[in-house]
Design a binder for this molecule. Structure first.
Ligand code: PLP
Length: 418
């Protein structure tokens, strides 16, 4: 049964996001979400009161270093890591995966293998693929065309004693389905390889638990997670210690995570991550949660999931009801594993033309391959300007989805010919 009303208190949620006071219904959140006022406040606070280089002995410099550590601790709590040093800050997921690939290079000998899911965003493909230059063999793990998931039965025959690393997405930014990363990690570890997970399209929607899943590396972007334009990489401490330094030569192997943050991270943006976690805790409290920070974060994500399930069901129901629509990704949401990142094509219609026409209704959606080019080509969906993607988060409302559905009907009836 489809819920018809919002499942979260939007009167609590929406005022936290100043950008929502706009004429636009933002449905391009997998591109970038709105930022929290609390995250902006942290940036301002840092730049106003702590804006010096860390590493000095005077009190402002100590306060700057504390802010950076507060950012690490916030993300440690968010992802359920053992220690703050396991959190590496970077400009973007793309930049962090490139740093990781450079830092692992001396661990690979010619003939070693890396297996990469074809469903990944290019961020978790290109940096590994470039290791071919050093004799590393790259194999692609196909997506099962029926379930649209990377399956272990397809991974198994690819793995050999030379397989050192498996790279996979938690959720594809096109398909929207959560993959069982804990199962993948167990399978890969049993075969003595490591796993690097792209969590970008998962992190805004569900609670992260790197310890519970036992993943080796987990990377995601905070600007898609209600924060500022930066990103984080979790890595198990012992593995980070083994990596080659990417900073000055006198940053030793044990200087974790600093040796992986060349030139230092952007302090004010790292600090602003505390604003994301404070918001999630307050949302959890608003739903009645008590206890420690993690308990409140889990409660917040439970509320986020309820709202997103409602949005997902409404849009999927509308799209399934059209006789000209092909949903790219699962067309239903089983056990809340379907994120509200929904891609589709309308028979015979150019995706770009549909998106442009929808914009006239003050609704922001997007078309193309979303830098998951290999996946979109593999699925044969690159024609007609690629796919249309509607990507929602918990601050979107049932009313906005209704508006979008009406606009899609209007546009295809009146302005974009098939
Ligand atoms: C699934 C996924 N991975 C990686 C990225 C790249 O993130 P960034 O822009 O932080 O490099 C994106 C961006 O859209 C994405 O959707």
């Amino acid at each position: 049964m489809i819920a018809t009303t919002d499942q979260i208190d939007l009167n609590f949620v929406q005022p936290h996001f100043p950008g929502l006071q706009s004429k636009w219904a933002y449905f391009d959140n997998a591109g970038g979400s709105q930022i929290l006022a609390g995250a902006i406040d942290k940036i301002t606070e840092f730049l106003t009161h702590r804006n010096v280089q860390i590493g000095g002995t005077y009190d402002t410099s100590l306060a700057a270093a504390e802010a950076l550590m507060a950012g690490r601790r916030a993300i440690q709590t968010l992802v359920n890591a053992d220690r703050p040093e396991e959190i590496v800050f970077g400009h973007s997921t793309t930049a962090l995966v490139q740093i990781l690939a450079n830092a692992m290079r001396s661990q690979f000998s010619p003939g070693d293998e890396i297996i990469i899911s074809i469903g990944d965003h290019e961020s978790n493909i290109g940096p590994w693929d470039r290791l071919r230059e050093f004799g590393v063999e790259i194999k692609f793990w196909p997506i099962d065309k029926e379930t649209q998931m990377p399956r272990l039965e397809d991974l198994e025959p690819l793995m050999t004693p030379r397989t050192r690393l498996v790279c996979v997405h938690h959720v594809s930014n096109i398909l929207g389905q959560a993959n069982p990363v804990a199962e993948y990690a167990r399978f890969v570890h049993e075969r003595r390889a490591k796993i690097c997970v792209d969590g970008v399209a998962y992190a805004p929607h569900r609670a992260i638990d790197v310890t519970g899943w036992d993943v080796d590396y987990y990377v995601f972007s905070l600007y898609k997670c209600y924060g500022a334009h930066n990103a984080v990489m979790y890595g198990k401490y012992d593995l980070l210690s083994e990596l080659d330094g990417q900073y000055h030569y006198f940053y030793g192997k044990d200087k974790v995570p600093g040796k992986l943050e060349p030139g230092n991270p952007n302090y004010e943006l790292a600090y602003s991550a505390t604003g994301i976690v404070e918001y999630l805790m307050s949302l959890g409290e608003h739903t009645g949660a008590t206890g420690d920070a993690r308990a409140k974060i889990l409660a917040a994500y439970a509320a986020i999931t309820r709202q997103e399930d409602m949005l997902t069901d409404r849009l999927l129901t509308y799209l399934r009801g059209r006789n000209d629509c092909r949903i790219i990704g699962p067309d239903s949401n089983s056990g809340s594993t379907r994120m509200p990142t929904i891609s589709f094509k309308l028979d015979g219609r150019d995706s770009g033309a549909v998106v442009k026409a929808i914009e006239a209704h003050d609704i922001a959606i997007r078309f193309g391959d979303f830098h998951a080019r290999r996946l979109v080509e593999y699925l044969g969906e690159d024609g007609d300007s690629g796919v249309i993607r509607v990507s929602m988060v918990h601050y979107n409302s049932a009313e906005q989805v209704e508006r979008l559905c009406r606009a899609l009907t209007d546009v295809t009836n009146n302005s974009v010919p098939a």
